[in-house]
Design a protein around this ligand. Structure first.
Ligand SMILES: NC(=O)C1=CN([C@@H]2O[C@H](COP(=O)(O)OP(=O)(O)OC[C@H]3O[C@@H](n4cnc5c(N)ncnc54)[C@H](OP(=O)(O)O)[C@@H]3O)[C@@H](O)[C@H]2O)C=CC1
Ligand SMILES: CC(=O)N[C@@H](CCC(=O)OP(=O)(O)O)C(=O)O
Length: 349
């Protein structure tokens, strides 16, 4: 096999960054050639992550664009909101391909970003340029692109669960309610009051109701596929587990549709897409069934009394919700098989 393509990771000391390192270790065509930290350059990655001992022991590099370009062709940005908006233009100008895991380039309207993220938006030219990489829906746009905005974790689970039904007109778009739950690694590695052990353990909390920054991202895609503006009710919960997102969605049926109709529709829609698995009637997915993998599993129930469908969709927030989908986008962008380096069996139990 020829030389592997070099990739760099900015934000490598965070959960998304370290997950990219774990997954890329097994990639057949790409290898990590620079792990980057804005705060700890010159120290070893194993200082913060001893589990990498004997696997990756190199010193962390700094964020300088030319230095990255001398080592890599592609850079992943796994940094908090507000960072990629400044770094991505520099990296693109240096000739790097950029895959951003943050929310900085997902929304095309600067005003919408500022309303929901409460931070200054990126330059509109770059918002336009970034391709929204929800691989199973917009994968064709990713092919050959040089700047990808990776979707959020909640939107990935939610949209893969809703798009086929919206597109086929199975459900009333005005009736959608999304009830979503996440493990705590979704909040990143930094300590905070809401995520430390005694606050989280044996506890279940709703948060950011009607204010979550993923609301406009979900509505952007639903409106795009429906061809008409859609608004939704979206509630997020923090669950005392490390990984996993479950998005449970409720909507009113437009016609008499059975679970069998939904299964047939979704199987056809996702035909050939290895990472979406549709459950048989009477079986609903659990977060552990996708743990550590790039799968999104979806199950259905229809209630003929209320004329509503319930759609349950699960992912691992750090894999299909972040690093795994970012690598899937790298694969699409480079013209490699989209499953390259991602064929992990979920770690069960
Ligand atoms: N966790 C998840 O499940 C998901 C996360 N995301 C998004 O991915 C991004 C990364 O998330 P996550 O890994 O969880 O976050 P973490 O907080 O765990 O890590 C973020 C890393 O970014 C680096 N960083 C902070 N400030 C700067 C800066 N000014 N310049 C360069 N680097 C900086 C830090 O490393 P250092 O100080 O070493 O530079 C830090 O380790 C976020 O935007 C998040 O919203 C998206 C989907 C899912
Ligand atoms: C559990 C938890 O706190 N999750 C985070 C997800 C953050 C995230 O991934 O943010 P972006 O996709 O916008 O970058 C949250 O709800 O804000």
């Amino acid at each position: 096999m020829g030389k592997k393509m070099g990739v760099a990771i900015v934000g490598s000391t965070g959960y998304g960054g370290v997950e990219l390192m774990r997954l890329l270790e097994a990639h057949p065509y790409a290898e990590v050639t620079s792990v980057i930290s804005s705060s700890s350059a010159g120290t070893s990655i194993t200082d913060g992550y001893p589990h990498l001992a004997g696997i990756r022991e190199e010193l962390l590099d700094g964020v300088d664009a030319q230095a990255i370009k001398s080592k890599a062709d592609v850079v992943f940005l796994a940094t908090p909101a507000g960072v990629a908006s400044k770094l991505a233009p520099e990296y693109l100008a240096a000739g790097l391909k950029v895959i951003d895991l943050s929310g900085d380039f997902r929304l095309k309207s600067p005003a919408l970003y500022e309303q929901w993220y409460k931070k200054p938006a990126a330059d509109e030219v770059y918002l336009e340029k970034a391709v929204f990489g929800l691989a199973e829906i917009y994968g064709e746009n990713v092919k050959g692109a040089d700047f990808i905005s990776n979707p959020g974790c909640y939107p990935t689970a939610t949209l893969l669960g809703l798009v086929p039904a919206i597109k086929a007109g199975f459900i009333d778009p005005a009736s959608i309610i999304i009830d979503a739950k996440s493990g705590v690694s979704g909040a990143g590695r930094g300590a905070s009051l809401g995520t430390h052990y005694s606050e989280l353990n044996e506890n279940l909390k709703a948060y950011k109701i009607n204010q979550h920054q993923h609301v406009p991202e979900i509505e952007m895609v639903l409106s795009d596929v429906a061809g008409t503006p859609i608004v939704t009710t979206f509630t997020t919960h923090l669950v005392p587990m490390t990984r996993g997102i479950m998005s449970t969605m409720y909507a009113t049926l437009k016609d008499n549709r059975s679970v069998g109709d939904f299964i047939e529709l979704y199987k056809e829609f996702y035909e050939g897409r290895r990472f979406v698995r549709i459950r048989p009637e009477g079986q609903w997915p659990a977060t552990k069934e996708v743990w550590g993998s790039n799968y999104c599993d979806i199950g259905f129930a229809v209630d003929t009394r209320t004329n509503r469908v319930t759609i349950v969709s699960v992912i691992d927030n750090l894999v299909k919700g972040a690093a795994g989908q970012a690598i899937q986008n790298l694969n699409l962008l480079m013209g490699w098989d989209e499953t390259s380096g991602l064929q992990f069996v979920p770690a069960y139990p």
